[in-house]
Design a protein. Structure first.
Lengths: 115, 276
């Protein structure tokens, strides 16, 4: 009985702490990167964003073909239909160089510098 | 041609594994191919629809349509797989131990097949929509690569079918008694993995951001994108950077499946009394 109460309290306290942390992370505000994909190339190829804060990547596909924006290291992938745009949410990342590419045309590549 | 082959094979591969498992699970069920065929067809049709409306789908839910759609169909698959396991826990033993008329077996065997056919449809839908978009894009470019594209696509598809058959025949080598247990474990892990992937998509949509700290990073040892990583991801939901929420949901689905199977598999005492 007592053990059960302690366990429940731990869970509640833990969840509250996590929620607080999540709220703080959100308060920092997402950093947005805008990428344009045209003629099989990304522009800019090496954008920079601050580290340890969630970011959003807005991908504008100007080509007449669908593309799939993908990054193994950032853990995102999303199909962007022809002549349209899509937004991807990325969790807070440590500083580093994260590669992204078009999964339907792996020659189109770039890096996001997280600093 | 090689690009088409690789992309088609990569997508067909995961669906192939799932179809192979379902073929093995249903090996004793009459008319199963009809159901599996229906699942495949529904999945292909759905993939074309999703590919055609990919742009509009993306714009739904403030740009998070793809993520939420993926999460929703994955959760549907989890429910179907769990339903199948629970149903089998209850009726599998009865069907094996009691002598039943063929008609009854067919009627009862057909019920969980709806669940498994749905799972196949979902697997084909998820992988197929990307293939459709890619192939359509290359075809629309019209740079005379149509034939090479078709060749690459067909070869990728054939390789995927090979994976499916290899999975099926590999599982069929297991003696029938052990097969039931093996497929139950496989389906439970498959469903837990899909639930964890659904959590991933909900996190990407910012719908579920609690407990989203990464627990470990095993990408240096077993990258999710390698052949082994991909296989494990498709089979048991391996990810090289799992979040706490993903792990909790993964374990939760396994525990819930076992609990539900235990609960429903209890000897139906009232029915025996009624029979007397």
């Amino acid at each position: 009985m007592f053990v059960d109460v302690v366990r429940k309290l731990t869970v509640v306290a833990g969840s509250a702490g996590m929620l607080l942390m999540a709220a703080q992370a959100h308060a920092a505000g997402p950093n947005e990167i805008c990428l344009t994909y045209a003629n099989g190339q990304f522009e800019p190829k090496e954008p920079t964003v601050p580290a340890d804060a969630p970011m959003t990547i807005r991908v504008k596909n100007m080509d007449a073909k669908a593309m799939e924006f993908e990054s193994e290291t950032l853990k995102v992938e999303k199909v962007v239909a022809a002549n349209s745009e899509a937004v991807l949410n990325v969790r807070a990342m440590k500083s580093g160089r994260y590669e992204f590419y078009n999964d339907f045309n792996e020659k189109a590549r770039g890096f996001i510098n997280v600093q | 041609m090689l690009a088409a082959l690789i992309i088609v094979f990569r997508e067909v591969f995961e669906a192939g594994l799932i179809v192979g498992i379902v073929l093995a699970v249903t090996s004793a069920v009459p008319h199963r191919l009809r159901w599996i065929g229906a699942g495949l067809f529904a999945g292909l049709a759905g993939a074309c629809v999703v590919a055609a409306f990919a742009g509009s789908l993306t714009q739904l839910f403030e740009g998070m349509g793809q993520e939420l759609f993926n999460a929703a169909i994955l959760m549907t698959a989890v429910i179907m797989l769990t339903w199948h396991n629970v149903w089998m826990a209850r009726h599998g033993r009865e069907m094996a131990s009691e002598l039943r008329t063929m008609g009854q077996a067919v009627a009862e065997g057909a019920r969980p097949l709806v669940a498994l056919a749905t799972v196949i449809a979902i697997a084909v839908l998820r992988e197929g929509s990307e293939v459709a978009l890619f192939l359509y894009g290359v075809a629309a470019a019209g740079d005379g690569g149509g034939r090479a594209l078709l060749g690459g696509g067909v070869m990728g598809l054939l390789l995927g079918v090979t994976v499916c058959l290899a999975t099926y025949f590999g599982l069929m080598r297991i003696p029938p008694r052990a097969l039931f247990r093996t497929t139950t474990v496989l389906i439970t892990l498959l469903s837990a993995g899909m639930a964890a992937q659904a959590v991933f998509f909900l996190a990407r949509a910012n719908w579920l951001t609690t407990f989203d700290q990464v627990l470990w990073d095993s990408s240096a040892v077993l990258p999710e994108r390698g052949v082994a990583g991909r296989t494990l991801k498709a089979l048991v939901g391996y990810t090289d950077q799992p979040t706490a929420m993903q792990l909790m949901v993964y374990v939760g689905v396994i525990v819930a499946t076992i609990a539900l199977m235990r609960l429903t598999a209890m000897p139906p005492a009232p029915r025996i009394a009624a029979a007397k």
